[in-house]
Design a binder for this molecule. Structure first.
Ligand SMILES: Nc1ncnc2c1ncn2[C@@H]1O[C@H](COP(=O)(O)OP(=O)(O)OP(=O)(O)O)[C@@H](O)[C@H]1O
Length: 226
């Protein structure tokens, strides 16, 4: 089922008097329970597209359709509320808060999303990512892969609809990369998430449902894997 749709997204910047077009009329539909990877050369516009989809920066033109509204037409405050409640984020680095335990990283997120703090739910989500045995640990005692597992738990604890992942495996070795991709694949299916992943890594593409290739600000192909 289609849950998120970008229509005719354009992004340009003015550098002195010259207009630099970064995204050219992008159309992209994302489906529930599917993991979609955005790939393409450095500078092709992947991160710009992800941040526009996530409401982290504005498009110059176009529509972002989600739950019967166009996010491109909402105020910054309205977008912030949708981001906090409906979107989850994972980045290249886990960005865990150094002085909070694993468990408290998740309860903080529930607070930000204005949701009731439910310890049993925190434990359940930590079990889902295989980190419940480290719930009292601080980030400094975790490996890179473990930190990313906690970052993923934090990204889903408030039960978002959409999960945005920008290069989540870029700082991991190949074994940990496989583990984290397998986890993202499983969570996307089990929680019926709509997941958009930006990656440079061709090796991870067997974990995804859809591959969207960008080149010079355009989508050049959207093959569906069998
Ligand atoms: N704020 C900005 N002002 C001007 N140009 C920008 C801005 N943000 C991005 N760009 C340009 O837009 C283009 C696309 O950048 P973007 O980061 O989206 O590419 P990418 O495909 O994610 O690259 P990478 O794989 O290296 O992260 C680049 O040429 C970049 O320099």
């Amino acid at each position: 089922m289609e849950t998120f749709k970008l229509q005719q997204i354009k992004k340009s910047f003015f550098i002195e008097d010259r207009e630099e077009v970064i995204l050219k009329n992008i159309d992209l539909s994302l489906n529930k329970g599917e993991l979609t990877a955005l790939v393409g050369a450095s500078g092709s516009g992947k991160s710009t597209l992800l941040t526009i989809a996530a409401g982290l920066q504005q498009a110059t033109d176009g529509q972002i359709l989600f739950e019967n509204q166009d996010l491109a037409k909402l105020s910054a405050e309205q977008i912030r509320a949708i981001r906090a409640k409906k979107f989850g984020f994972v980045f290249q680095f886990s960005h865990l808060v150094p002085f909070l335990t694993v468990e408290d990283q998740l309860t903080l997120m529930l607070d930000v999303a204005d949701k009731k703090i439910n310890k049993a739910e925190v434990t359940r989500v930590l079990q889902l990512v295989g980190m419940d045995h480290r719930k009292n640990a601080y980030p400094s005692s975790l490996s890179g892969g473990e930190k990313q597992r906690v970052a993923i738990a934090r990204a889903i604890i408030h039960q978002p609809e959409i999960l945005f992942a920008d290069e989540p495996t870029a700082s991991l070795d190949s074994k940990k990369t496989e583990d984290i991709m397998a986890l993202l694949q499983t969570l996307t299916k089990e929680l019926n998430l709509t997941t958009l992943l930006v990656t440079h890594d061709q090796e991870v593409l067997h974990f995804v449902d859809n591959i969207v290739t960008m080149q010079d600000g355009e989508i050049i192909q959207t093959p569906v894997q069998s």
